[in-house]
Design a protein around this ligand. Sequence first.
Ligand code: NAD
Length: 360
Amino acid sequence: MSYFQREFVATSAAVRVRFGPGVRHEVAAELDRLGASRALVLSTPQQAETALEFAETLGSRAAGVFSRAAMHTPVAISEEAAAYAREIGADSMVAVGGGSTTGLGKAIAYRTDLPQIVIPTTYAGSEATPILGQTEDGKKTTLTDPKVQPEIVLYDAELVATLPVGMTVTSALNAIAHAAEALYARDRNPVSTALAIEGIRAFADALPRVRAAPQDIDARGETLYGAWLCGTVLGQVGMALHHKLCHTLGGSFDLPHAETHAIILPHAIAFNEAAVPELLAPVGAALGGGPAGAALHRFATAMGAPLALRDLGMEEADLDRAAEIATQNAYWNPAAIDRDGIRTLLDAAFHGRAPGSDTI
Ligand code: NAD
């Protein structure tokens, strides 16, 4: 099948990407490439020990460590971290972690324009995008600015091997969500489509192997490869219903990021599949056949992913308000969106039913 389109626009960022088990040990050489010698090392509190190890290895090239990255990038923490970067005279950043740590690095870059080396330890894909999501006063906003795009990414499968299996699965589905929505993006192009399909294929192949043997470095490497491809398309084309619903559930109901993506994905894709079945056919093909929404639900179930929003602590009484918020502002989506349709979708996701099972 050809992904050729008669007309398209494609934009890609100048990012240096290195893959390989142990490539994290090349950070000093990569700082030299940037002409940098005073890096601020970033992490979450949970990965502070890893950040300290990096700082120790970097010796005098590490100007300081800031280990307070938090989910959804709170503005107050970013401002504190940017002030700390200025105070210690940092000329670069080394961010080690998942989307939260990458988000902090981007938030500092937004305020200081310091160059970033990111060493991802989840599959969220933020390192491959010029997008920064931030929260302030309980409200999440998103901006796109080339200044926040990390300059160098080091994908080291040995680091991601410590990601617990449950988070591995939800983080992988979070990555697949970027690729699935890229397939019907209005501004898609033949290259973004090819990258998205290869990204989903990589996870379909390697995620079951990682589940069976979490320390399998080749399988971990292939999932990271999938994460890079899926993150790259997230940075290149616009997202729609799925990301909008997850943004609503995360922002207004404080549901955890990757788990929410994992639960909503089969439902949002089944909803849109009714409008663009041919564009989503590669998802079903990559995941063992059948319609895309059903194939995603089957894959998520087989991988042991959470399936019900109620298991994340959401209250059934909140579903009406969630449907309300998610349909308040108009945005482009391949299938027409109405409040009742979204309420039905959310109800199936709340109870963990298979997508479309209400109508069968
Ligand atoms: P995360 O970064 O919050 O990580 C979750 C937890 O797992 C943290 O405690 C972290 O320290 C820990 N962890 C990470 N890697 C680990 C490993 N290998 N071993 C052990 N523990 C590990 O979660 P995430 O899902 O990677 O990122 C979510 C955040 O990223 C959200 O805020 C989301 O909005 C953002 N995001 C942004 C973009 C973008 O383009 N701007 C894209 C995707 C996600």
